[in-house]
Design a protein around this ligand. Structure first.
Ligand code: NAP
Length: 484
């Protein structure tokens, strides 16, 4: 039903979820909205991250909007630049640029009981009824706390801020971090003529997810028969949700199978000393699995060496490790991850009573059904606390969340509703249910991982994909307090 009123809506971010929010708002008949994007183009994560080897370890046909199948994917596991191009093409197809203001960073949102006053980095302000924060999840880089890092005399940068002016050929390169990002960078840099030192602090389990290029015949067929790409989405979704997503949430054959595959993969390392060095001391899947079929072959290349990941200090161009070794380097790459619990912050949020979101979340972020927080009316977000980020494709999570958020906004579009605010009771009940299921998950089985927050509770989803869609099927009016 077309909205009878047009609330003023601001979407923050023109990445994968902000774009989808815009598309869905258009489809739902909302016209008074804008997207503010801090960068110069759409794409979010895939625009910002350009490190060598960047790819998505979720199969391409599944890492795709359900409503926008893409017959042109060139491989099972898409390269970052290809995903970025896909997002640019989707934005073009839906003429989204007319709704987007680029280079506009939202820094502050204050609610006066009726509306939000939004302030941008450049001092501009605007007043809106709704804010939907689509800021992504992993976008605040974490820098390691290493003495002397700032004074490193060579080139040094985080994986999310890749310096493309730096040449690597013939250089002594150090890499701190061996998670999903570090693994992709390592496999790529190891192909070059350089000497690569991996500072390995905690070895991770590596699942040998095979990639393969799609042949031109396959791509042509997918173009002629769009149902092939749709089937690819369905196939990979069902496979992910029934294998990987079930393995992380409870014990069972899925967990045993994934673990067995990781252990078998590790056996490909022939040298027993190296194998011991690469053997994690926690269960497979406890940390986010590294998906790679080239990790172990790369790390065994002659130009790659492993150093102690416990770094004492950096002085000049030398990294001193706690085992007493010194490593002289020309370039130091930090694949040291993100602050995954910042969510849409550092954006500052304040409500009419002067309560800051930072204070409300001081003990750890929480939300109603992953998308709203009590005390902050008409403010919604994607990929919020307890989203199934470690379970399946981020795009499919966001599709569910956006539909839910737009139904909440639609209340204001239909009747006399002005504000909708998650109740504390509903939020507490939701989180109680989620936290109660955590003991069965693999994330609490004894490792450090970026899912787990201050209180030792993973900010992740301990149920199936079907349950997530069910819980966010439609907003329940009794879970919100409403003003007219
Ligand atoms: P991460 O998983 O948080 O890994 C950070 C790495 O840096 C870890 O190996 C960590 O070691 C190491 N580290 C941090 N501080 C250190 C220090 N002071 N000294 C030595 N080592 C240090 O970060 P990420 O690899 O960027 O991945 C984050 C997430 O992004 C992934 O889990 C995944 O969800 C997503 N991602 C996805 C893809 C994809 O293909 N879909 C690709 C890349 C990233 P410890 O383990 O010892 O802390």
């Amino acid at each position: 039903m077309a909205p009878q009123r047009q609330p003023k809506i601001l979407i923050v971010g023109a990445g994968m979820s902000g774009m989808l929010a815009a598309i869905r708002l258009i489809e739902a008949g909302f016209t008074d909205f804008r997207v503010y994007e801090k960068g110069p183009d759409v794409g979010g994560t895939w625009r910002v991250n350009t490190y060598p080897g960047i790819a998505c370890d979720v199969p391409s046909h599944y890492y795709t909007y359900k409503s926008e199948p893409n017959p042109n994917w060139t491989a099972r596991l898409p390269q970052g630049s290809e995903i970025q191009q896909y997002l640019v093409d989707v934005a073009k197809k839906h003429a989204l640029h007319q709704f987007i203001s680029f280079d506009k960073e939202v820094v502050d949102c204050q609610h006066d009981g009726k509306q939000w006053t939004v302030t941008l980095q450049d001092g501009e302000t605007l007043i809106v009824d709704f804010v939907v924060a689509c800021c992504g999840l992993l976008f605040n880089p974490t820098y390691p706390d290493i003495a002397g890092l700032d004074e490193f005399e060579g080139d040094c940068f985080h994986s999310a801020r890749w310096d493309h002016s730096v040449s690597f050929e013939g250089k002594r390169v150090g890499l701190i971090g061996t998670g999903s990002t570090g693994a992709q960078i390592m496999s790529n840099l190891a192909k070059l003529k350089l000497s690569l030192t991996i500072f390995l602090r905690t070895p991770q389990w590596v699942f040998p997810l095979p990639d393969r290029e799609y042949s031109s015949a396959e791509k042509t067929l997918a173009k002629w028969f769009p149902s092939i790409a749709r089937f690819g989405h369905f196939f990979y979704r069902v496979t992910f949700e029934n294998l990987f997503a079930k393995a992380v949430i409870k014990p069972g054959w899925q967990r045993r199978l994934m673990g067995w595959a990781c252990k078998k993969n590790l056996e490909s390392v022939q040298d027993p000393n190296l194998r011991a060095r690469l053997t994690p001391d926690f269960e497979p899947l406890c940390k986010r699995l590294v998906m790679s079929d080239s990790y172990y072959s790369s790390i065994q290349k002659e130009n790659v060496s492993i150093a102690d990941g416990d770094i004492e200090k950096i002085s000049g161009n030398t990294v001193f490790t706690k085992d007493g070794q010194q490593h002289e380097l020309d370039v130091l790459v930090l694949a040291t991850g993100y602050d995954a619990h910042a969510y849409f912050r550092p954006m500052n949020l304040k409500n009419k009573d002067g309560v800051q979101l930072n204070d409300l979340w001081s003990e750890g972020p929480f939300a109603l059904r992953t998308v709203a927080v009590p005390g902050f009316p008409n403010f919604f977000f994607t990929l919020g606390p307890q989203s199934p980020i470690g379970n399946f494709s981020a795009i499919s999570i966001v599709e569910t969340q956006i539909d839910y958020i737009i139904e909440c906004i639609a209340w204001a579009g239909q009747g006399s509703v002005r504000t909708v605010e998650a109740t504390t009771q509903a939020t507490d009940e939701f989180n109680k249910m989620v936290y109660a299921a955590m003991p069965d998950t693999i994330w609490v089985s004894g490792c450090t991982n970026w899912y787990t927050g201050k209180k030792g509770i993973p900010s992740a989803w301990p149920f199936t994909g079907a349950r997530f869609r069910e819980e966010l099927k439609a907003p329940r009016l009794e879970e919100f307090s409403v003003t007219h």
